[in-house]
Design a protein around this ligand. Structure first.
Ligand code: SF4
Length: 324
């Protein structure tokens, strides 16, 4: 498959300032040197605990956060070193679906105005062309055209997320970052939205970066899955491969926490991690996971483990895989 996005050595730090003179006293290391490719037409799942850098990664790719260093290429265009016209073009080609559909919609704008605004800015269309396009879009998102004159507060959570999806699609993007798109929704509605995202991907040939802490959802929707811990990608594999044969101790612990819907199944034993996730303002040396890993060795505390390729479609950063 062709690469749509190439992230190379991405680092993002947020400075910590203190005192009357706003002096810089440190930094939150949100993303620590990650490199990853996203292929055209795939859904790449990005999982990990809250605060591990998933959303910051998505926001850097979209240009909503400026990386501290590293490069992001979208279809060969360096997103942080391109001219104003290219930036405008990129804005159309990349979109985001937010976690909370209510707070991401302007409560004072009707759904019609919310959807028409970006088209009016970015596309040269007549009023009737815009109206026809918006009606088609609502149909795709499973909403009746009667919603156009309504306000966000008049909808349920699921309907609002459909509006959020319609808004993300209004400029006909190729790539969408779905940032926890179902975690604010009722379980019964989650499946509808996930199925809608799947259908849209096929129909419109979209590429997704699907960010979630819900492993069951990620397993269902993703072609490949990247696992993040404290700003680093610790494991990356094809979805089935990762869920059947996780290699990194952190991934193994995460997967062991997925509930099994069979009370007689005693095979899956939950792996409890010791301690809390360390502060990204003061991350540990060496392997970031060493403070919680039951296999920790001396070298893990001193040196960052390299990424070992265990199969064509599977890699992980752990010294245990050195001779695998
Ligand atoms: Fe554990 Fe060491 Fe592997 Fe890190 S490198 S996950 S500390 S065994």
């Amino acid at each position: 498959m062709d690469k749509l996005i190439k992230v190379q050595n991405l680092i993002k730090e947020f400075p910590i300032h203190k005192g009357f003179f706003n002096k810089k006293v440190g930094a939150v290391h949100a993303i620590n040197n990650i490199s990853i490719d996203i292929y055209k037409g795939e859904t790449l799942g990005l999982v990990g605990e809250s605060g591990c850098g998933k959303s910051t990664t998505g926001r850097c790719i979209l240009g909503l956060e400026k990386p501290t260093s590293g490069t992001i290429l979208f279809d060969g265009i360096d997103t942080n070193n391109c001219d104003a016209d290219q930036k405008k073009e990129l804005k159309k080609r990349m979109q985001i679906i937010f976690q909370n559909p209510y707070s991401s919609l302007n409560p004072r704008m009707t759904i019609g105005d919310t959807l028409k605004e970006p088209v009016a800015i970015h596309k040269h269309m007549s009023k009737s062309e815009i109206d026809t396009n918006i009606k088609k879009l609502l149909d795709v998102a499973g909403l009746p055209s009667t919603v156009l004159n309504k306000y966000p507060h008049e909808f349920s959570g699921g309907q609002r997320q459909r509006v959020g999806i319609a808004r993300a699609l209004v400029l006909t993007p190729e790539f969408i970052v779905a940032d926890e798109p179902v975690s604010a929704l009722d379980v019964s509605i989650q499946a509808q939205i996930i199925n809608l995202l799947q259908d849209l991907k096929e129909e419109l040939s979209l590429t997704y970066l699907f960010i979630s802490h819900d492993l069951s959802v990620v397993k269902y929707i993703s072609d490949r899955v990247a696992v993040m811990y404290l700003g680093e990608i610790v494991e990356l594999a094809a979805s089935e491969e990762l869920f059947n044969s996780p290699k990194h101790p952190y991934t193994q612990a995460l997967l062991s926490a997925i509930p099994v819907p069979d009370p007689n199944n005693n095979e899956s034993k939950r792996i409890l991690l010791a301690g809390d996730i360390p502060s990204p303002a003061n991350p540990p040396q060496g392997c970031k996971f060493h403070t919680r890993c039951k296999y920790v060795m001396d070298i893990c505390k001193k040196e960052i483990p390299p990424t070992y390729r265990v199969q064509d479609n599977h890699q992980a950063a752990c010294y245990l895989l050195k001779d695998a």
